[in-house]
Design a binder for this molecule. Structure first.
Ligand code: SIN
Length: 561
C-alpha cells in the first residue's frame, strides 16, 4: 500500500517526538517506530539534561566544558547554539508536564545534579528516571495531537531518493539527491509500503548493540546511520564510540546503567580490595571525563584480572540514596545488592555513538529533504567525546531547529509533483522451511560481530586489532551476501544488515584516525596529532565501493529527473 504525509519521522524517542509535536502545527506527521512507541533509548536515560539553570552557572562555562570533553573536534558555533537554547527547551518540557526534581535548599528552582566533566551542577533530572518522564510526556502529547499518527512495529528499510543533474547552462556539473520518502516494513503483516513525504527525519537513536556489552536497549542497531549511508548521505566520526564507565555487572542484568549521577553525588570507584583508584588517573578523580574513567577501569581490570570494579555509595545517607536513585536502588536490590550497604559491581559498556549522519545547524543532511536528529546525527556538538547529559539537550535543540527549517519550506515542497515509485520487490524469496531454518545464520553473525567489535574495536585499540577486525568483517559480509538473499525480509535480517554495515564503517573510521583523541584510543598512536588529525572523519557511499555494494540487498531508488 502507498502512504503519504508531510513529515515522515523514523523513531519515537525524544528527537522524533519533539520534532513531531512542533511540525504538527503546520502539517501531517507520521511517526514510524520499529517496536512499541516507548521502546527507545530516551526511555532508559537516567541522569538528566544538562542546561544552564543555576545562579552560579553561565553559557560560557557550559560551552567550555563541552569543548573540553570534545577534545578539539567540537564545532564551537553549534555548541554555542545548543547551550544557549537549553533553558527554552527545558521550559517546553515543563509545559508538557515533565516533573523535574525541585530544589529543596533554595537558589535554583530545580535540583541540579553533577556529572563527569561539568564544572557546575547543571543536570536537571526526574529522580534517576529522567528519560522515562520525558518520553511519557512526549508520547502523551503526540497521542493527543490529531495531526500525528504513530505506526508501531513498522521498520524503515531504505530511503526513496531521487537523483538529478545540477546544470550550469547546458552542462551537467554534478548530481543532487532528494529524499522523497522511505520503504517501510510492517513487521506484523510482512508487507512493505512506499511511504512518501515532503521531508524525512531520521531519529533512530544509537548503535550500542554493535558491541557485546552495552547500556542500550535492543533497538539500538544503527538503522539510521546505515540507511543514510546506503542513500549516499555523508557520515562522520564513527570511531568515537562512548563507553559508559559504570554498567551493572551481574549475570542476569541486561543493559542496566548505573548513572554517572551516582558519582556526582559522591560515589567512588574502588577495586575488589577497596582501593579508590581514580585519583591515580586524573585530578577530577571519579568525575573525570567518561573516556578517562572508562579507560582507567579497563586498565584496572586488565591489571588485576578481575571481572569488574565496584562503585561505592555506602558512605551516603541510606534514605537519601533511596530517594535520589529509586530505580537503581530497586533494580540492584532485585539482584540481591543493597546499594546502601554493598558496593555495586560495575563494568564499562558501549553507551553512545558520537558520530553519525552529518547535519548542518538545521539538522539537514547532505541529501535534500533528509534530516537527522539525536544520536544518529553528527551535528558537531560532541566532537571526540560527548559531555554527560548533553544528548537529550542536543535532540531537543535540533528537533526545534529542524521543525523551523522544514515548516518554512513545506508549501514549496507540497507543490512539487509526486514521484512514481516502484514497489519494493522481495517476492522471489521462498518462504518455506528452508528459508526459516537459515535464521540461524542471522543469530550467529549477530553474535560474532558483537564479540569482534568488543574485543578488537573497543575502549583500547591497536593497529593490529583494527586490521584483524576489518578482515573478519569482510568474511562476515561475504557470508551475509551469499546467504541472506534467501531469507525473507524481516526485522532480524534488516537489523543484522545495518549492524554489519555500521560495524564496518566504525572500523574504517578507526583505522583512518592515526592518533589518540577523546574516545578513540590507539596504543600504536598514543598521542594527539593536532597538525594532521584535527578534523572530522568523513565517509560517503560511492558507487564503486564494491565492499558496501555487497551489503545492499536492495538498491536505493534513483529516478532521473
Ligand atoms: C548517566 O546517567 O550516567 C547517563 C547520562 C548520559 O549518558 O548523558
Amino acid at each position: 500500500m502507498d502512504y503519504a504525509c508531510d513529515f515522515l519521522v523514523i523513531g519515537s524517542g525524544i528527537a522524533g517526538l519533539s520534532f513531531a509535536l512542533k511540525a504538527a502545527r503546520h502539517g501531517t506527521v507520521a511517526v514510524v517506530t520499529k517496536k512499541d512507541r516507548l521502546e527507545t533509548s530516551t526511555n532508559y536515560a537516567q541522569g538528566g539534561i544538562a542546561s544552564v539553570l543555576g545562579p552560579d552557572d553561565s553559557f560560557q562555562l557550559h560551552l567550555q566544558d563541552t569543548l573540553n570533553a570534545g577534545d578539539g573536534l567540537c564545532h564551537p558555533d553549534v555548541v554555542e547554539n545548543v547551550v544557549r537554547s537549553g533553558p527554552d527547551r527545558i521550559r517546553e518540557l515543563i509545559e508538557l508536564g515533565v516533573q523535574f526534581n525541585p530544589n529543596s535548599t533554595g537558589g535554583a528552582p530545580f535540583d541540579l545534579g553533577r556529572e563527569g566533566g561539568h564544572s557546575r551542577n547543571r543536570i536537571i533530572h526526574a529522580q534517576d528516571m529522567t528519560g522515562q518522564a520525558v518520553e511519557k510526556a512526549l508520547v502523551a502529547a503526540a497521542e493527543a495531537n490529531t495531526n500525528i499518527q504513530i505506526y508501531e512495529n513498522w521498520l524503515a528499510l531504505d530511503l526513496i531518493v531521487e537523483e538529478h543533474s545540477i546544470r550550469a547552462g547546458s552542462i551537467a556539473v554534478g548530481q543532487e539527491s532528494t529524499c522523497r520518502g522511505a520503504y517501510i516494513l510492517d513487521s506484523a503483516g510482512g508487507e512493505i509500503h512506499n511511504f512518501l513525504a515532503s521531508a524525512v527525519l531520521l531519529c533512530t537513536g544509537g548503535t550500542g548493540k554493535i558491541y557485546l556489552y552495552t547500556s542500550n536497549p535492543d533497538v539500538a542497531t544503527g538503522d539510521g546511520v546505515a540507511i543514510a549511508y546506503r542513500a549516499g548521505a555523508k557520515l562522520a566520526n564513527l570511531e568515537f564510540v562512548q563507553f559508559h564507565p559504570t554498567c551493572l555487572y551481574h549475570p542476569q542484568a541486561k543493559n542496566f546503567l548505573i548513572s554517572e549521577a551516582v558519582r556526582g553525588e559522591g560515589g567512588r570507584l574502588i577495586d575488589r580490595r577497596g582501593r579508590a583508584f581514580m585519583e591515580e588517573y586524573h585530578p577530577l578523580k571519579d568525575l573525570a571525563f567518561r573516556d578517562v574513567v572508562a579507560r582507567a577501569i579497563d586498565t584496572e581490570m586488565k591489571k588485576s584480572g578481575d571481572d569488574c570494579v565496584f562503585l561505592d555509595i555506602t558512605h551516603l545517607d541510606a534514605e537519601f540514596v533511596k530517594n535520589r536513585f529509586p530505580n537503581i536502588y530497586q533494580k540492584c536490590l532485585s539482584f540481591g545488592i543493597d546499594i546502601t550497604k554493598d558496593p555495586i559491581p560495575v563494568v564499562p559498556a558501549a553507551h553512545y555513538m558520537c558520530g553519525g549522519v552529518v547535519t548542518d545547524r538545521h539538522g539537514q543532511t547532505s541529501l535534500k529533504r533528509l534530516y537527522a536528529i539525536g544520536e544518529c546525527a553528527c551535528t558537531g556538538l560532541h566532537g571526540a567525546n560527548r559531555l554527560a547529559s548533553n544528548s537529550l539537550l542536543e535532540a531537543m535543540v535540533f528537533a526545534h531547529e529542524a521543525a523551523l527549517h522544514c515548516t518554512q519550506h513545506l508549501e514549496q515542497w507540497r507543490k512539487q509533483r509526486v514521484p512514481e515509485v516502484p514497489r519494493w520487490s522481495s517476492s522471489a524469496v521462498p518462504n518455506g522451511n528452508n528459508a526459516q531454518s537459515e535464521m540461524v545464520l542471522i543469530a550467529h553473525n549477530w553474535d560474532i560481530i558483537r564479540r569482534l567489535m568488543w574485543n578488537y574495536v573497543g575502549i583500547v585499540r591497536t593497529d593490529k586489532r583494527l586490521a584483524l577486525a576489518r578482515n573478519h568483517m569482510e568474511q562476515i559480509r561475504h557470508e551475509i551476501k551469499e546467504h541472506m538473499p534467501y531469507i525473507r525480509v524481516n526485522n532480524d535480517l534488516v537489523e543484522l544488515q545495518n549492524l554489519a554495515l555500521v560495524a564496518e564503517l566504525i572500523i574504517r573510521c578507526a583505522i583512518r584516525r592515526k592518533e589518540s583523541r577523546g574516545l578513540h584510543y590507539n596504543l600504536d598512536h598514543p598521542a594527539k596529532d593536532d597538525l594532521n588529525c584535527r578534523h572530522d572523519t568523513i565517509l560517503q557511499y560511492q558507487a564503486e565501493d564494491f565492499l558496501y555494494a555487497a551489503l545492499d540487498w536492495k538498491k536505493v531508488l534513483c529516478v532521473a529527473l
